[in-house]
Write a protein that binds this ligand. Structure first.
Ligand code: NAP
Length: 244
């Protein structure tokens, strides 16, 4: 980590919605290592507690990003926020031809309505040098052959949202980190066999020959928070996944 990045986050208060697992937890660890103070937000109190212990201390708040009232309540007792990082999201997939689309819309709600609720609720605590980092994904450019149309629409929308809000909320900076396939508990919903197959296929097809690590996405999130001249940007960290 360079000295500039360390200085930018030293003493900063960073709220990580989705900070109890995977990419958000790795981002929280990177922020903590750079001297930042953390508030972690997620639905599960036990996951938040475990994450706070692993990190050696963090404030935790239970909230569901898809619920406006839950998010508004969680920000009511906040303090000054230097950076807001949103990695919250679960994964619901299914082919449109044989799946009820309504349960899939959870992904749209978590990734689009959720950031809107969160940013709106955070605004009183943000200041001119604050930044917001949203999470998009490779599916915006390269959706899989089937089953992820709504996730793809959601992550595309996240990119558009960030560009529009970078103008609307200026000088607050708004950026997106767009991961490719990253080895996190997100894929536990598929069961071990399918999970292993997904990661083996990635290893075989990606230019870098492997899936990503959460820490590699966390580095990009740190960069987006620290570099004061980057806004409205989508930073792809996908092992070349958009090329194949
Ligand atoms: N892993 C990948 O390959 C990949 C690739 C592209 C994009 N992404 C995106 O990156 C984000 C993070 O993924 P990850 O891989 O780190 O997943 P993860 O390990 O499952 O972590 C997800 C985090 O979000 C929280 N969360 C989920 N739904 C929430 C909700 N409705 N309200 C509040 N918190 C919620 C979870 O805690 P609780 O369950 O306790 O709420 C957890 O802390 C997701 O949006 C995902 O779509 C991931």
């Amino acid at each position: 980590m360079n000295a500039g990045a360390r200085a930018a986050l030293d003493g900063a208060h960073v709220v990580v919605i989705g900070g109890s697992s995977g990419i958000g937890l790795a981002a929280a660890a990177a922020i903590k290592a750079q001297g930042g103070h953390l508030t972690l937000v997620g639905r599960s109190a036990s996951k938040l507690e475990a994450a706070a212990q692993q990190l050696g201390g963090a404030r935790t708040v239970v909230a569901d990003i898809a619920s406006r009232t839950s998010i508004e309540a969680s920000f009511a007792s906040m303090t000054r926020i230097d950076h807001l990082v949103i990695t919250a999201g679960s994964l619901h997939t299914g082919k449109l031809v044989d799946t009820d689309p309504d349960p899939l819309l959870v992904d749209l709600h978590e990734r689009l309505a959720g950031p809107l609720y969160s940013i709106k609720a955070a605004l009183p605590w943000l200041h001119a040098r604050s930044s917001i980092v949203l999470t998009g994904g490779q599916y915006a450019d390269r959706p899989p052959s089937s089953g992820a149309a709504i996730v793809a629409a959601a992550v595309s929308g996240v990119e558009a949202l960030a560009r529009a809000l970078a103008l609307e909320l200026k000088p607050i900076r708004v950026n997106v980190v767009a991961p490719g396939l990253v080895d996190t508990p997100l894929f536990d919903v598929f069961g071990q066999e399918t999970r292993s197959a997904i990661f083996k296929q990635a290893a075989d097809s990606l230019p870098v020959g492997r899936a990503g690590r959460p820490e590699e996405i966390a580095e990009a999130i740190s960069f987006l928070m620290s570099n004061g001249y980057v806004t409205g940007e989508v930073l792809h960290v996908d092992g070349g996944g958009r090329l194949v």
